[in-house]
Design a protein around this ligand. Structure first.
Ligand SMILES: *Cc1c(COP(=O)(O)O)cnc(C)c1O
Length: 386
């Protein structure tokens, strides 16, 4: 049996909708994108949604909206993809990388508190693996001056205290990268909430397409007008109607895909329970519902003679492909050199990183495949008990 780490779930419907766009003669940002945005806004109960070329682009635009300046500080978790921190560098501001909660893999509120200074301009919590970060605690720490931008690349859909991720903070960014819960190949969405949403989403729409006042598709459609104004300096961060057509179909299936991932994750947890002395299964605290983008287990290394690397290698020999999420930011050469973080500040993150394995998880994964993964994993572990 060959088990890939991930497989996107695409059906006939996606092909049909892409063909329609190709046949229409209008391929880039246009009516399909407006439809996608409206659908997305409703799905997460946001006040507005602006589609962009990636989650990274979305985060960049949000930092521009909060007027981030050189020397400002933005607090980000250690356990994330480089995009979360990289966007801060775009402004020559400082990404302040902080420790995580070992249990959830999410940013640790106490670590945020320790790192808030007079220069802290924003916090970018990540909903790791699809499990919401503790937004209420983070909000309390942020007070009225520090902005919160949620990196929700993993969390579509996810719930925090009965609210959907996307309807809580002023800014939330989603990813439609190939391996994310809803995909358009590449793509992203910013959702807006609260009293400034109109101003923010209007400016985000300007920024995603060169700061241009009216879109080409509108001019083309309505009166074939050639005139436009550049109102500010923006970016080439628009999504295309080809991507949006896929996104619309995917979003309509999002709940079904989620249900399937959830069942697989629960099945993993059930099968792994018997070995709870050797592996920690992911938790879903009360008041939180995960999107189950990833199923991250942690090895109890004290009981094992074998490293995490070796376990992953031996699983790959059995055609089972696993991942590691994430290599902590402070371990990467760039961040180490540029910002001089001290490893001793990341006790939980280090422990998490050394023991974590992301198991294969995709909506169309069969029960038998889950069983095959668990059987092989447990065999490897049980042969190597200390
Ligand atoms: C994938 C990912 C991103 C970046 O998303 P893109 O759409 O590829 O830009 C950002 N943050 C996290 C946590 C991610 O996993």
């Amino acid at each position: 049996m060959k088990i890939p780490f991930y497989k996107p779930s695409l059906g006939k419907e996606e092909y049909r909708e892409v063909k329609k766009v190709l046949d229409s003669g209008w391929l880039t940002l246009g009516e399909k994108t407006i439809e996608f945005e409206n659908l997305f806004k409703k799905y997460v109960n946001a006040d507005d949604a602006v589609a962009v070329s990636s989650c990274t682009a979305g985060l960049h635009i949000c930092l521009r909206l909060i007027n981030l300046k050189p020397g400002d500080e933005v607090i980000v978790p250690a356990n994330t993809f480089t995009a979360t921190a990289e966007v801060v560098k775009y402004f020559n501001a400082v990404p302040v990388i902080v420790d995580i909660d070992y249990k959830t893999g999410n940013i640790l509120p106490e670590a945020i508190e320790r790192n808030i200074t007079s220069r802290t301009k924003a916090i970018i919590p990540v909903h790791f693996a699809g499990l919401p970060a503790d937004i209420d605690k983070i909000k309390k720490l942020a007070g009225s001056k520090i902005k919160i931008i949620e990196d929700s690349a993993h969390a579509l859909p996810a719930f925090y205290k009965n609210k959907k991720i996307g309807e809580i903070s002023e800014f939330t960014c989603f990813s439609f990268y190939a391996t994310k819960p809803v995909t358009t190949g590449d793509g992203g969405m910013i959702t807006f909430k609260g009293r400034n949403y109109k101003k923010n989403s209007k400016l985000a729409r300007l920024l995603r397409l060169h700061g241009i006042s009216s879109y080409a598709w509108k001019r083309y459609k309505e009166k074939n007008l050639w005139f436009y104004k550049v109102l500010t300096w923006g970016y080439k961060y628009n999504i295309t109607d080809i991507q949006s057509a896929i996104g619309i179909v995917q979003l309509k299936k999002a709940d079904k895909l989620w249900e399937k991932r959830r069942k697989i994750a629960y099945y993993y947890n059930l099968l792994l329970k018997s070995a709870s002395d050797l592996v920690d299964i992911p938790c879903e605290p009360e008041n939180m519902v995960s999107s189950w983008h990833l199923c991250v287990i942690k090895l109890n290394l004290k009981k094992l003679k074998i490293s995490r690397e070796e376990v992953i290698y031996r699983l790959s020999k059995k055609d089972i492909m696993c991942g590691v999420h994430f290599i902590p930011l402070y371990r990467h050469p760039f961040y180490k050199k540029e910002y001089k973080y001290k490893i001793k500040d990341f006790k939980n993150s280090e422990k998490f990183y050394k023991s974590a394995i992301s198991l294969p998880l995709y909506p169309d994964m069969k029960k038998k495949e889950v069983e095959y993964v668990v059987e092989n994993l447990l065999e490897i572990l049980k042969k190597n008990i200390r």
